[in-house]
Design a protein around this ligand. Structure first.
Ligand SMILES: C[S@@+](CC[C@H](N)C(=O)[O-])C[C@H]1O[C@@H](n2cnc3c(N)ncnc32)[C@H](O)[C@@H]1O
Length: 216
């Protein structure tokens, strides 16, 4: 079992402002560990995490893959700073960009991303709540997902095909309420990407999934 990245530099105050790694984060780490041989062996050139929060996931990926280009985005400026610090703490050089989804990098990284990661704000909330959370860039943006918990994820799903390299993989965290079979069907029918469930786990009241998508 690979160690969880060192997060000892994050203070209580940081974790009041930034999403603290939780069961969803750890399930994503476990999925990356399931794919350890592929991830290491395929020598990815570009990895991109959307919504990196503390930076735990990309630092973990960095310790699997080793030296390559790591990009992260987050709408929460404090999360951007924490991601940068977590990268440093774990010897992973991460370029962090404050912005929404992949928009700051979409043109530059089109068809180049070998590993794309997103643990999105997936909790069903009112559309008002997601609107405020997205524009405020504070911790509420970590979970407020709007209708079906899919408002932000759906926007990202429409960008994936354009970002992935020919052998690229996209890992997505989802909740049962997000309609996992519906996400897989949408990705196949609308974006010709094939998807499967890598791992699933019950954590308290949440039934969490990690989905993995690639070109057909
Ligand atoms: C559930 S947290 C996951 C954090 C971290 N990746 C993890 O797994 O612990 C979701 C993260 O996405 C960020 N986020 C929400 N909406 C976003 C958007 N439109 N673009 C970029 N990041 C976003 C939040 O600020 C938060 O850091």
């Amino acid at each position: 079992m690979l160690p969880t990245p060192d997060l000892s530099h994050l203070t209580k105050k940081d974790l009041e402002e930034v999403y603290e790694p939780a069961e969803d984060t750890f399930l994503l780490l476990d999925a990356l560990e399931v794919d350890y041989d592929y991830l290491k062996g395929s020598k990815p050139s570009i990895c991109l995490e959307i919504g990196s929060g503390s930076g735990c996931v990309t630092s973990f990926l960095g310790n699997i893959i080793g030296s390559t280009a790591y990009f992260c985005t987050d709408i929460n400026p404090h999360a951007c700073r924490c991601t940068q610090r977590t990268g440093k703490q774990n010897n992973v050089n991460i370029q962090v960009i404050h912005g929404s989804l992949a928009s700051p990098l979409e043109l530059r990284l089109a068809s180049k991303v070998d590993v794309l990661l997103f643990n999105p704000p997936y909790v069903p909330t009112s559309d008002d709540e997601v609107g405020h959370a997205q524009s405020d860039g504070k911790i509420e943006g970590a979970w407020a997902g709007g209708s079906g918990g899919m408002q932000i994820t759906n926007v990202m799903l429409s960008k994936v095909k354009n970002l992935l390299s020919p052998s690229g993989r996209f890992y997505l965290v989802a909740l049962k309420e997000n309609n996992v079979p519906g996400i897989i069907k949408l990705m196949r029918e609308m974006y010709t990407l094939t998807g499967e469930i890598v791992l699933q786990r019950h954590a308290g009241r949440e039934h969490l999934f990690i989905l993995r998508f690639s070109h057909l």
